[in-house]
Design a protein around this ligand. Structure first.
Ligand SMILES: [Zn+2]
Length: 238
């Protein structure tokens, strides 16, 4: 079968869409999935083990070695992601812009090519899918204005505790006349601009390796909370 990344005819592996290390802190696979009764069948908590045959072993290893290992080490092993936070802005300097951005773009790209229901809302236009595929292979993150990514650090309701045990289905939305795709994993609400033109004055990931993420209580992020319409807020175990 054809590998989606290198396009060669090879034996395919079971590929993760969202890398497994983001699930480490989701101690319980289904801790509130059962409570989602709002009828949005394609939105909800993503349980562990969402993989499908997409990539050959060489490409799996490539994504892991080039991008995922860096992100995992930065975010978790080096404890860049705090466990609690009580400032308004989360700032990190000195990140490897290329590896950091390409890891995130690889997740967006995998979600787009996936046929799993939980990623059904993410379908990039083919030209963007193809452009990102080439960027991944060439280790080319592009200018910071290309496929801008910005994020908010998420806090559990009414606390200073980082909400790192939540992974929900990504969504496509309109934001300031551009198509954006949003994800929740790694303690953050990520927003990808699916456009070659940047949003004006965003706090995007910068090519000089600086992150400046605003910090938000999850109850203030309306698109995420729309998943929980009709659910008694106190019944959700964040
Ligand atoms: Zn391949």
């Amino acid at each position: 079968m054809k590998c989606e990344l290198c396009l060669q005819d090879k034996i395919l592996c079971h590929s993760h869409i969202i890398p497994e290390f983001f699930y480490r802190s989701t101690y319980n696979d289904k801790h509130f999935m059962a409570k989602l009764t709002n009828g949005r069948s394609k939105a909800g908590y993503i349980p562990k083990g969402q993989y499908e045959k997409l990539l050959c072993a060489d490409c799996e290893t490539f994504l892991n070695v080039e991008y995922e290992t860096y992100f995992d080490n930065l975010w978790y092993s080096n404890k860049t992601l705090p466990t609690t936070f009580n400032e308004k802005v989360f700032t990190v300097n000195g990140i490897d812009y290329s590896k950091f951005k390409l890891c995130l773009l690889s997740i967006l790209w995998r979600a787009s090519i996936s046929s799993r229901d939980v990623f059904a809302m993410v379908k990039l236009p083919k030209k963007h899918e193809e452009q990102i595929r080439k960027m991944l292979l060439k280790k080319d993150p592009g200018e910071e204005t290309l496929y801008q990514i910005f994020a908010s650090l998420l806090l559990s309701p009414g606390t200073t505790k980082i909400l790192d045990n939540l992974i929900v289905s990504p969504m496509m939305e309109e934001f300031e006349n551009k198509q954006v795709c949003t994800f929740v994993f790694g303690g953050c609400y990520w927003l990808f601009v699916i456009d070659e033109q940047p949003l004006i004055n965003p706090i995007a990931i910068s090519a000089n390796g600086n992150l400046n993420f605003p910090v938000h209580d999850i109850l203030d992020i309306k698109p995420i909370m729309s998943f929980f319409d009709g659910v008694e807020k106190d019944s959700i175990k964040w």
